[in-house]
Each structure stands twice: as structure tokens, then as C-alpha cells.
Design a protein around this ligand. Structure first.
Ligand code: GLA
Length: 767
């Protein structure tokens, strides 16, 4: 068998096949007619005439091979049409000169009869057909049972200098895929998605549809991905990519705590501040999957899109299915460079108020203080105390509506509970305004408790399979938002709430995963569309609400960080990363979170000590400095805090306001990562114009008298002079208060920081 390798084109191989006809063989692809249309565009690099020689028995013919190239930031992405007509990735990496020629595509060799050329070729968007064993981008079943889909290039359309559509078509059936490409000129982040259209006379079923596939040539790679669970999100995992597949996914109906749709792949010894890293993120809040696989020949492919598990989306003649968008980028500046590039892009291009959204207001949220025992007087008292501390926004959490006393009842009944708020919300909102804060409210629109008026009236509105049990989680069920009547109800009550009350912020929660995802109001072959239509309707509600109530901001929460992705972030301003507010845990969570998402959106509350989850006692200063790494919030019970703790909150909140823009939108450098049980942690944020830097440092538990490692700062203006001011904590005697950017970066700062759960923070301002 070994003797076959590389022999497939030889007369000996032909002889073996003739002699042993039952041996596996790959059918020739070249006898299938195809049309290649060479378009013109700035991105379209050229047409190359080549004689096709792949199949000895097929007549040689001349084909035209367009090459396309997209440049942005420090990145070039190129792809082209190979001699068979498939679209093939040619290059993805550091930017190359505009004058450089990109060699037209050529399909990969067959290698052995077990590894078809169709499989080995790094196709941009491979249909499942011919000899494909890698993850397909698209899998379709036709009305006659045919499941073979081989996509060839048909045409291209330049939309502008950075945006291009490529149309692929099956070699014989009228199914087309339009691949959308948009390169961000600043960051080099490429947005890719696909639209499948059925032009056959009969319906087809789409069983798998990716946004995009990306290829990396054989090398030693390390995959970085995020995993977690409720109150334990954002764990950064690093593992060597080996042959086989690593699947990152959600089958939970929503983004999920389990994995986040983000990856970063480092080459060789890539580290925090150096080395090549490719990264990407899928913008979808429903079932998703990112498959990272190394093939038998060591090449790596990343395929991302709808999760094909239980997926079947029928398309009638003329219907289309659009995939989510996959954003992907490249850097030479290590994992830190990858997150800075991605996060800047998210702030500028994804968030609803980009390119320069306001830093988040400092909020007070009473959830951990009162849970569902909210009352008008209790909330007013907390609001008075919050205002004293310099809080910008007061948020009332769960418990204000329907018959909500515990989590057993009330979800779905979005009227104000008269026992708790006899005057409606108006008195409380007026009080909050009189204290110079604005007002926000918690909602969980997609859920219903069986003990609610809504469920009693519309038991059929929930996801379910008739006649089967309905699994409750937190005694609640999921409303089927794919249904037009449910969508109308959810939009309707939110619109009413926002129209009748002066509310500028919604904390939009989602406290369980799906089960029994049935949708029996549509024909059986349409029911699995729920996976797409639910999320689409969620996005459309958010979009419509924002349009009608432009001053309303929205937080995405799902029992903490269960719904954080670039899809929902197009409509939401911040997220609740975790219900776990223990500051030590938060440090590593924040490290993981900021790999994929910006500080701008990372809400972080200071809560009570000892912490409810870990029973760990920490000082107010430590808790404040951990939360100040992100969008600061206070969630402690203000009725119980000591005068000293209240004074600490007030002092540090004022200091936070002075550096908040840099923290939220600056370049983040992880000087010491708290992962892997590190005793120390330190982060630095530098304002985009380098006028200010903020430094946070934390020690877990000093051992053997070890001092804090010297911190050499990064990213300052080398020639400028910066003044160092302590927000909290001390530097070693003799540390200058004024020095050049070069001094802070090359010499570094020595901190005096020892003990258990200690923290310090400094600001550097350009003179
Ligand atoms: C979820 C959220 C919490 C809180 C509760 C209310 O768990 O993550 O912050 O709002 O719901 O029920």
C-alpha cells in the first residue's frame, strides 16, 4: 500500500487499478463541463491561461484562472480559481507588496488514492461532494436524493474597493452560492459570509452551511479557545493542533457558556507580544460550530457557521439562506496583538454606537443586594446611597413584574407588580432622576414560567414537541420566538414598557438553554428552521426597538456570559460576562474575556465579601481595582457596607471616571496574565493617542517574600514625558514621578505589592 503514494499518475498505478478494479479510486473531476467567467475589478488580479493536464484520459483544454486579492492593515488575503474551476485559497498572512504577483491557483495533488485532490485542495467553500472528507462548507440534499455538490466559480462582482462577491455554482444543478468578502482597510479583518440560493425547479434541503472556511499550510500550531459553564466562563485553553478535529460549538439554541465562537491559532512559538496569530469570531447567537481540523497531510482548516447538528433548512425554488458572518484576521504581534486588533474592530465596526461609543456609565444594580425582594422604598433607599458614591445609572433587576416573588412565577407577565410598586415605576424613576442618575430595568423577554398568565393563555407558544414532556430549567420554558405571534408579543410589551416609562437601559437576560426544540405550527419539513428564525427574530426585535427608542441602551446577559458574540453585539452596548463576581475568579475571566471582546463592553460589579460563591473575603480596594479593569459597576448591598468601604467606593469611582476612556477603548497589554495559577497579574491600557496609560497590578498570595516583578510598560510614546500618579498603592522608593516613555518602557516600574489579594493602580499622563 505504501508503494502507492505519489504513484497515482504513473502507468504502474493505472495498471494496478486495471488489475484490481475493486480498489478505491477517486472519480476524475475534469470530465465535467464548467464555465469560467473572468470578470474585471481592482481586486481581480488577472487571468491566466493554462492547459489542463490533471486527468490523463480527459482532453487537455484551456481554462481561465482569475486571482483575487484583498489588502487591509498589515494583511493580505488572496484566492483564485484553479484549473478545475474550484475556488481556492492562495494566501493569508502578512501584507505583501502591491507589485507582487500571486501565482494562480493549482489544485493539490491526489497524494494517494485515499486522499483525493478535491479534498487536499484548500477550497474557499467546498461543497460536500466528489471526494471530500474534510468538513464541508455546504451540504445539500436535492429533491431526487442526489447529495453530490461540487461548486465551481461562475462570476464575480466588485462592490467597492474592499468588498467583493463571488458566485459559485454546482457543476450541473442550479444551486448557487454567493460568497461575500469585505476587508477592513484599517485592521485587515476580513468579514466573510455566504448566501445559498436554490434555482432548481424543486426544493432542496440545506443540511450544513458555513460562513467561511480558512486554510493554513502545514506547520506547528497552537489553538486558543474559550470554554466554561455557568459562573465559570472565559477559561482560556491552549492546545497543540494535531491531526483530527477540535469542535467548538453550541447545541443549546444560543451562544452558550460552554464555548465562545472565537479562536486564535498561533504558529510555532507565538507568544503574548510576538509571533504569527490567525484569529476569528463567528457573529451568531444561535447554534453555531467552529471546526478546527488538521488533515492527514498536516494542513489546517477552520470552518465556521451554523451548527450542522439537527440542521435542515429547506429552500423552495428562488429561496435563499444567508449564513452568519465570520470575522477573521491576522497579526505578527502575538496573542496580545490579535486581541487588540479584534477588539478595536469590534468597538469601531460592530457595536451599535461605534466608531466611538461612549464609555459605559458606572451602574448600580441591586440584584445581589435584594434578589427578587424589590420594593419601591427599598430601591429608593439604595438609589440615594448609590448617588452619594458617584454612580451614573441605577438598574433595577429581577422581581418588579407579574407575580414574581421567586423564580417559580411571573416570567411572561410584563406588567408592574402592584404590591411592590403601587404607583407603577414612575415614582422610582423620578426619584432616580432627581438624584442625577438615569434608570435601567431587567427583562427576560424570551422566557415564560408555567405559573404565569401568559402561559395559561398560550401554552402552545413555547418550544415543545406536542405530547412530549416540556423540560423546565429554573422552572421556566423558552418562548418560540420564531413564531410571528410570539415575536409580535415580545416586541409589543417591550415597546410599551419603553414608551410609557423613562427607561434608558435594558438588562436583557436569558436564563436557560433550549430543550425539545419543536415548532409544530409549521409543516414537519420546515420545523428545523427554528434554529435560524428564532435568532433572526431576536435580532430584528432588537433592531426595531433601537430604531424606535434610540436613547435606549441594552445589555446582553444570559445567566452571566451565555450570550456574548459579535452577532448580538451589533444590537447591544455591553454584556454581563458572568454571575461569578468573586474578584480573584474575575481576574482570570477578564483575561479570557478580553481575548475575544473589548473592555468597553465588559461589565464588572463589585459585590459583597465574603463572596457567595467561593466564601472568599477580600478588601473593598481589591474588589474595586479588579472591576475597574472593565466597565465598573457596583452590586454590593449598600445598606450593609461600612462607612470606610463606602468611602473607598466613592474615591475609586471618581478615580475611575478620570481614566475610564483609556480603560474602555485603549490598547490592552497583558503584562502578566493571571492564568495558570500565576501569583501575579498586571494589565496596562494605553489611550489610542498615547496621551494616557493606566496600570493595574494584583498579587494573589505572596510566597517566600517574593517581590512584585518589575513591569516594563508597552505602547507609550517613546519621546514623550509621562507623569506617574498613584490611584492606589506604592512604587519602590526612588521611582521617578516623571520620566520619558522610553524610561517607563525600558527601565520599567517596581511596585511595592505584597500579601493576599492585594492590588494597586497607577495612571501615566503625557505632559
Ligand atoms: C441572571 C443574571 C443575574 C440576575 C438574575 C435575575 O442569573 O445573570 O445577574 O439578573 O438572572 O434573575
Amino acid at each position: 500500500m505504501l508503494g502507492w503514494l505519489g504513484l497515482e499518475k504513473s502507468p504502474m498505478f493505472a495498471f494496478i487499478l486495471k488489475t484490481f478494479p475493486s480498489l478505491p479510486s477517486i472519480r476524475p473531476l475534469t470530465d465535467i463541463p464548467r464555465t469560467l467567467v473572468a470578470g474585471t475589478s481592482l481586486l481581480f488580479l488577472g487571468v491566466c491561461a493554462s492547459a489542463q493536464t490533471a486527468a490523463p484520459q480527459a482532453p487537455a483544454r484551456t481554462t481561465y484562472q482569475p486571482v483575487f486579492r484583498l489588502d487591509g492593515g498589515n494583511t493580505t488575503y488572496a484566492f483564485g480559481v484553479n484549473e478545475r474551476g474550484e475556488l481556492q485559497q492562495l494566501y493569508w498572512g502578512g501584507r505583501i507588496a502591491a507589485t507582487d504577483t500571486i501565482t494562480p491557483a493549482k489544485s493539490a495533488l491526489e497524494q494517494a488514492s485515499f486522499d483525493s485532490s478535491y479534498n487536499n485542495t484548500p477550497q474557499e467553500y467546498a461543497g460536500w461532494g466528489a471526494g471530500l472528507y474534510m468538513e464541508p462548507a455546504l451540504k445539500v440534499t436535492f429533491a431526487d436524493g442526489n447529495r453530490d455538490l461540487v461548486l465551481h466559480y461562475a462570476s464575480n462582482k466588485k462592490i467597492d474597493d474592499q468588498t467583493l462577491d463571488i458566485v459559485l455554482k454546482d457543476i450541473s444543478r442550479a444551486v448557487t452560492v454567493t460568497l461575500h468578502y469585505q476587508m477592513d482597510p484599517e485592521s485587515g479583518i476580513l468579514a466573510r459570509s455566504a448566501t445559498v440560493e436554490n434555482k432548481e425547479a424543486k426544493p432542496i434541503v440545506v443540511e450544513q452551511e458555513a460562513a467561511a472556511a480558512f486554510a493554513l499550510p502545514p506547520a506547528h500550531y497552537t489553538l486558543n479557545y474559550l470554554s466554561g459553564r455557568w459562573a465559570g466562563e472565559w477559561t482560556l485553553n491552549r492546545e497543540t493542533i494535531h491531526q483530527g478535529q477540535r469542535v467548538l460549538e453550541s447545541r443549546r439554541g444560543t451562544t452558550g457558556h460552554q464555548n465562545n465562537p472565537w479562536f486564535a491559532i498561533g504558529k510555532g512559538g507565538a507568544g503574548e507580544e510576538g509571533g504569527e496569530v490567525w484569529f476569528g469570531e463567528l457573529a451568531w447567537s444561535g447554534n453555531w460550530r467552529i471546526a478546527v481540523e488538521q488533515d492527514t497531510l498536516d494542513a489546517v482548516r477552520v470552518t465556521a457557521g451554523f451548527n450542522p447538528f439537527d440542521f435542515a433548512y429547506p429552500l423552495k425554488t428562488g429561496e435563499k439562506l444567508e449564513s452568519p458572518v465570520m470575522y477573521a484576521g491576522y497579526t505578527r504581534h502575538g496573542y496580545g496583538g490579535a486581541s487588540r486588533t479584534l477588539n478595536k474592530f469590534t468597538v469601531s465596526h460592530i457595536l451599535p454606537n461605534g466608531p466611538t461609543p461612549k464609555p459605559r456609565p458606572v451602574i448600580y444594580n441591586s440584584w445581589e443586594a435584594t434578589e427578587m425582594n424589590v420594593t419601591e422604598s427599598g430601591q429608593e433607599r439604595l438609589a440615594e446611597k448609590a448617588a452619594e458614591l458617584g454612580i451614573d445609572r441605577f438598574v433595577m433587576d429581577d422581581g418588579w413584574f407579574g407575580q414574581r416573588k421567586t423564580d417559580h412565577a411571573g416570567l411572561g407577565d410584563w406588567y408592574v407588580n402592584k404590591e411592590k410598586f403601587p404607583n407603577g415605576l414612575k415614582l422610582l424613576i423620578d426619584k432616580v432622576h432627581s438624584l442625577k442618575m438615569d434608570f435601567g430595568l431587567w427583562v427576560e423577554p424570551e422566557m415564560v414560567n408555567p405559573d404565569s398568565d401568559l402561559y395559561r393563555k398560550h401554552p402552545d407558544w413555547v418550544l415543545n414537541f406536542p405530547g412530549r414532556p416540556r423540560s423546565e430549567e429554573r422552572t421556566q420554558l423558552v418562548l418560540n420566538l420564531a413564531r410571528p405571534d410570539v415575536r409580535a408579543y415580545v416586541y409589543g410589551f417591550l415597546d410599551k414598557l419603553l414608551s410609557e416609562n423613562d427607561i434608558v437601559f435594558l438588562k436583557w437576560d436569558y436564563n436557560r438553554n433550549w430543550s425539545e426544540p419543536g415548532w409544530d405550527q409549521v409543516p414537519p419539513n420546515e420545523q428545523k428552521k427554528v434554529y435560524v428564525e428564532f435568532t433572526r427574530n431576536l435580532y430584528s426585535i432588537l433592531e426595531e426597538l433601537r430604531k424606535k427608542h434610540p436613547k435606549v441602551e441594552i445589555e446582553s446577559c444570559s445567566g452571566g456570559g451565555g450570550r456574548v458574540d459579535l452577532g448580538i453585539l451589533q444590537y447591544t452596548d455591553e454584556v454581563w460576562p458572568s454571575d461569578n463576581t468573586d474578584p480573584l475568579d474575575r481576574l482570570t475571566q477578564q483575561d479570557g474575556f478580553t481575548r475575544a471582546y473589548p473592555n468597553q463592553i465588559m461589565l464588572s460589579w463589585v459585590t459583597d465579601s465574603p463572596h457567595w460563591q467561593n466564601s472568599r473575603a477580600t478588601s473593598m480596594t481589591y474588589r474595586m481595582l479588579v472591576s475597574m479593569e472593565g466597565a465598573l459597576g457596583i452590586g454590593a448591598n449598600l445598606d450593609k457596607l461600612s462607612a470606610e468601604d463606602l468611602a473607598t467606593i466613592k474615591r475609586l469611582t471618581a478615580a475611575y471616571h478620570g481614566v475610564q476612556k483609556t480603560v474602555a477603548q485603549g490598547e490592552l497589554y497583558r503584562l502578566i496574565s493571571p492564568t495558570n495559577g500565576s501569583e501575579f497579574a498586571a494589565t496596562e491600557m494605553v489611550a489610542p493617542d498615547k496621551s494616557q496609560a493606566v496600570l493595574f497590578a494584583y498579587v494573589h498570595s505572596t510566597q517566600e517574600g517574593r517581590g512584585f516583578p518589575r513591569l516594563e510598560l508597552i505602547g507609550l510614546d517613546a519621546k514623550a514625558t509621562y507623569t506617574l500618579t498613584s490611584i492606589e498603592g506604592k512604587t519602590l522608593d526612588g521611582t521617578p514621578t516623571e520620566a520619558s516613555g522610553l524610561w517607563w518602557m525600558n527601565h520599567g516600574i517596581d511596585l511595592v505589592l505584597r500579601g493576599d489579594f492585594q492590588a494597586s493602580a497607577f495612571r501615566l499622563d503625557k505632559k
